[in-house]
Write a protein that binds this ligand. Sequence first.
Ligand SMILES: [Zn+2]
Length: 252
Amino acid sequence: MNERDRLGTAEQICTTAGVLPAHPGVDLEQLAKQLGVKEIRLSAMGEDGRVSTDHRGDVRIQIRHDLPSERKHFTIAHEIGHVLLSMPGEVQLRFRAASRTRNDEERLCDAIAGCLLMPTEWVRTLVPRESVSLAALLTIRQECHVSLTAAAVRLRQVTGRTFTAITAIRDQGFWRSPIIIGNERSRQLNWTRSAVALLENADRSPQRAVINLMVHRTPRAFPAEVAQDKLGAIVLLDGIEFSHLAGRESVR
Ligand SMILES: [Zn+2]
C-alpha cells in the first residue's frame, strides 16, 4: 500500500465512523468513549500501547506510562486506529483483503493517528501552494501537540513534497552533530563553521538562508530555512530528500 492509498484509507475509515476532525485539538478520551472504549489506562509495559478486549467484551486501551507526553498523545490516537480498524465496515474489509503484513496495519494506524491529530484540510491551509515551510512544521507540532517527527511525516504525507528537517542541539556551548528527522543516517552530515554561525544567530521566526553542510566530508550549499528552537535550532531543506544527503539522489 503506497502513501497516498494509506492516507485515503485512513480518511475513509475516520469519515465512515464520523470521527474525522476539521481542526486540531480533538478530545481523544471522548472520541475513544464514543467508539465504545471502556477506558484508557496508563500501565507499566514494554510496548508503547495496546488494545485489549476482556471476557465481557470490554475494550481497553493501555498506554505505557513513562512515554513523553507527545508520544503518549500519538500512541492513544494510534490505538484508536486499531479500534477503528477492528470495526465492521467495507473499507476495513477491503484493507484486510489487501494488506499483507502486520506492518501494513501499524502504518495504517499511524496514518489514522495523523488524520485524528493533524487534520488533512487544516494542514493544507498551512501549505497553500503545497510547498512546505518551517513555519508550517512548527505550527503543526505546537497546535497538534505532536513530536517534530510526527509533524514532518504528516506534512510529507499531505503535501507529497520532499524535504529534510534537521535538528540542531546546543549542548554546553557546542552544537552536536545534525540529526535528520526520521533518518538514522545522519552521520554522513555535519555542520560547517558558517552553518554554526547561522545556528548561533537563528531567530525565533524562520528565516531563509543558504546553509553550508558537510556531506560525506564535502562542503555543499543548500537553500534552507532556519529557526531557533527549544534545544537549539531547526533547519528545513525544501525539495531535498534526506537520502540525497547520504549522496544517493539528486536534488529535485
Ligand atoms: Zn499498533
